[in-house]
Design a protein around this ligand. Sequence first.
Ligand code: UDP
Length: 382
Amino acid sequence: MIDYIIVGAGLFGSVFAQQATAHGKKCLVIDKRTHIAGNIYTKIDNNTGILKHVYGPHIFHTSDEIVWNYVNNYAKFSLFINSPIAIYKSEIYNLPFNMNTFNKLWGVVTPYEAKEYIKRNTVDFSTKRPKNLEEQAIALVGMELYTKLIKGYTEKQWGKPCNSLPASIINRLPLRFNYDNNYFCDTYQGIPKDGYTKMIQNMLTGIPVELETNYLEFAKHHSKLVKNAKKIIYTGKLDEYFNYCYGKLDYRSLKFEDKVLDMDNYQGVAVVNFTEKNIKQTRIIEHRHFDSKFHSSIDKTLISYEYPEEYRDENSEYPNDPYYPVNDKSNNCIAEQYKMLRKNVSPNVIFGGRLAEYKYYDMDKVIVSAIRAVKMEFGTLK
Ligand code: UDP
């Protein structure tokens, strides 16, 4: 007898499995991949000994003390302050958009000058709400900054023109009137010293995990086990669970190309964004900078070019992984239909995580959501 079958060994599933086990329940975790940890999977690169963020850079940041204390039970964190830079036509700009960026763009020095400049150069949407990302960006930062640092990057990342994307995407990008290049405003920031995989492994200690196991196949072959389980925790794609009955949801995927270079420092920073449309990569990640101290004795460097791609699902000839839900109106509408179905048809299934909730959210928010599910189920967090 298994109490909880957890589908997906990513962050949501692993937090839930750890907590259910702490509450004395029997859990089984299954995952269709060859490894645990979902998209936060990290591993030591064989050629260099550098800890690699296999599915792109993941920087843990939160202002929630409960979440921070929780993850610190399973990993020691190195402090890492994300200060990426952007390159547009060979010029370097600081991110997030702050006084350093404004100074470089417009020569303004004080916050007052920057605000005045923006006021003179932005479109006032106060009477009508910005309808899309383009309008939102121009309202926030004006045409020049939009053209140089937002438009190209965003259109590459999402594969759609900015005027057809939801304004909400740009809300992730902070705008500041100080000289602070710290990308995230959160109180606690860092990266697990031994990587995220080890953190997830620690959460899953003592819990059976079956890899390379597709849930629908598993359910077919173990129908009794599934039927007798108290609940299923499903963290896969929402639309796939319901056999795409309302149509397919859009996701955006990524492709990474790695290179080992015979030098100990290629770009001087972990993340460089390329904001021109005709440069294919959106970012270059230099993994050693996520923990410079840990990698200091290594004389090579590992870089990954990040290219956004169309998502190709499990039925296509060359499937890839879903990374980002595309939360525009039409997709959200379909997702809502599935969510209604979720309540009516599958009361003993808990849907959680980026894919099953169809939400573009950060790691800490995934944990918040998992903790909420734990409290609903067991009353307390152990
Ligand atoms: N963005 C941008 N220029 C940049 C970086 C980000 O215009 O140099 C926009 C883009 O629309 C992107 C959004 O900000 O989709 C969120 O970026 P973030 O870096 O937070 O995304 P993630 O790290 O989740 O890929």
